[in-house]
Design a protein around this ligand. Structure first.
Ligand code: DGL
Length: 282
């Protein structure tokens, strides 16, 4: 059976993973994608690991039923908590998370080895980034900070202005102000949450020009391409539809098609209409 014509599944707790989907579409323009946002249970970032693992397995089951050829876990919280469980449950399915590509990019970018990571409470608590960076560079010093409010700001569309700026300052100034202890002076900041790329401009203002900001979306897309190529699962160009339609997308959500469409449009950078969004139960 030739599985290369199948779609690639992309899963997130909500709309945030659409930033990763955008990068995937750019990297893999001949592929078809099915995106599932578990909007009924968002946020994952404040939940226990046990719940996140259970949710991720349920989401994967719904996607595997649709005969997909790979699963991209486009959620940092779910990648941090559930990747081993997903790989164990579906040993044949290529499963790509965002944490390992993010750690690769951070280690490539950092000269000093002092790396700051921001993410949700659950991502920071579980220590997955700290471990992944430590495996790649054992002498690295990693400071991880939970920035849970960024998730709400991004969904509200308050990605610039006074509130966003003071929130960024409150979370990040202790790590990046010139008076911060020099042991903490990171030269690289990992955006370890799908929502944070939308706040990149205010984050940049607070951390300064000299810090490299790493967004795992692009490295994840490259990792997905590499893994699909290695398994001979890339869709041949000729099969990509005579209509010349780049990256056909379908959207699944567990709640609120209209809200998914309106907020998702901002995250994806392309219009999503509510009737494109199919509601499913997990
Ligand atoms: N998608 C989540 C992440 O990347 C952020 C939103 C949530 O907390 O569910 O960690």
């Amino acid at each position: 059976v030739d599985h290369s014509a199948r779609a690639i599944a992309v899963f997130d707790s909500g709309v945030g993973g659409l930033t990763v989907l955008a990068a995937l579409c750019a990297e893999l323009p001949h592929e078809q994608f099915v995106y599932l946002g578990d909007t009924a249970r968002l946020p994952y970032g404040t939940k226990s690991d046990e719940s996140v693992v259970r949710y991720a397995l349920q989401a994967a089951a719904a996607l595997v039923e649709r005969e997909v050829k790979a699963l991209v876990v486009a959620c940092n919280t779910a990648s941090a908590a559930a990747l081993p469980a997903l790989r164990q449950r579906y040993p044949q399915l290529p499963v790509i998370g965002v944490v390992e590509p993010g750690a690769d990019a951070a280690v490539a970018a950092s000269r000093s080895g002092c790396i700051a990571v921001i993410g949700t409470e659950a991502t920071v608590r579980g220590g997955a980034y700290q471990r992944a960076i430590g495996q790649r560079r054992p002498d690295a010093r990693v400071n991880a900070v939970a920035c849970q409010l960024f998730v709400a700001l991004a969904e509200e569309g308050w990605t610039s202005g006074a509130v966003a700026r003071s929130t960024a300052q409150r979370y990040l100034a202790p790590l990046f102000s010139p008076d911060a202890p020099s042991a903490m002076a990171a030269d690289t900041l990992v955006l370890g949450c799908t929502h944070f790329p939308t706040l990149q401009a205010v984050i940049r203002e607070v951390v300064g020009e000299h810090v490299t900001i790493v967004d795992s979306a692009i490295t994840t897309a490259r990792a997905a391409r590499a893994l699909l190529a290695a398994r001979e699962l890339l869709r041949p160009k000729e099969a990509a539809g005579a209509a010349g339609h780049a990256s056909p997308l379908s959207f699944l959500a567990t709640d609120g098609a209209a809200r998914f469409a309106s907020i998702g449009t901002r995250f994806l950078g392309r219009r999503i209409s509510a009737d494109e969004v199919e509601l499913i139960d997990l």
